[in-house]
Design a protein around this ligand. Structure first.
Ligand SMILES: N[C@@H](CCC(=O)N[C@@H](CS)C(=O)NCC(=O)O)C(=O)O
Length: 205
């Protein structure tokens, strides 16, 4: 049995639920309706000493860290790692790292500042500075997408999921975005996927 711990509107949990869906894997979802900062599961610290989400219990094998979980699932259930050249995998992983480090650095103050925190706590200067960086980083991704359909092997895969959840958040933010035609073309195809509609759409907030 596969168990996923975490709430539906967490960007990091979404990576895993989307990947499980794409791979047609049944799983039991725990704490689907949990609030931020709480995981309503008894003894959760035994599964995840950091008390964060997501955690995957894959037939008794406990894994944390969203990108690590997605890599594990793709290694286990697809031929991504065996058919791809190491150079191409490196590029895919480069974008996965980009999301979790560089993008999140700017996404967090913008998302929390505009969406999750009350308006009286808003630091507009900080938000504006980070919107600028966020737009610049998506411009870099837009250029990368100019000669490909998807990130790895021109097939939808793990790196599209990781950049996809971040892109959903970016495109949902009430901010001005530059014209990113390659990015928006890619995003539209990502949006059309059933697993995106099922796991990501309608979760902004
Ligand atoms: N590097 C971790 C970060 C996980 C993380 O920060 N999770 C947040 C939600 S997105 C969290 O658990 N916050 C506490 C909570 O929601 O209860 C990962 O990628 O899994």
């Amino acid at each position: 049995m596969i168990h996923l711990y975490g709430r539906k509107n967490s960007i990091n949990v979404q990576k895993v639920s989307w990947a499980l869906c794409e791979l047609n894997l049944d799983f039991k979802w725990h704490d689907e309706n949990g609030k931020f900062g709480t995981v309503n599961v008894k003894n959760y610290e035994k599964l995840n000493p950091q008390l964060i989400v997501p955690t995957l219990d894959h037939h008794g094998h406990i894994i944390t860290q969203s990108n690590g979980i997605v890599r594990y699932l793709y290694r286990k259930y697809t031929n991504t790692y065996t058919i791809s050249k190491a150079e191409d995998i490196a590029i895919a992983e480069q974008w996965m790292e980009f999301q979790t480090t560089d993008l999140q650095l700017n996404m967090t103050p913008v998302f929390w500042g505009l969406v999750r925190n009350p308006p009286e706590d808003r630091d507009q200067e900080l938000i504006d500075k980070n919107i600028k960086f966020l737009n610049q980083k998506f411009e870099i991704f837009d250029k990368f997408l100019s000669d490909r359909e998807y990130i790895l092997n021109n097939q939808f895969g793990m790196a599209d999921i990781i950049m996809g959840v971040a892109s959903f958040r970016y495109n949902s933010l009430p901010i001005q975005r530059p014209n990113l035609s390659n990015f928006q073309y890619w995003y539209q195809r990502i949006n059309d996927r059933e697993c995106f509609k099922k796991n990501i759409l309608g979760t902004f907030g």
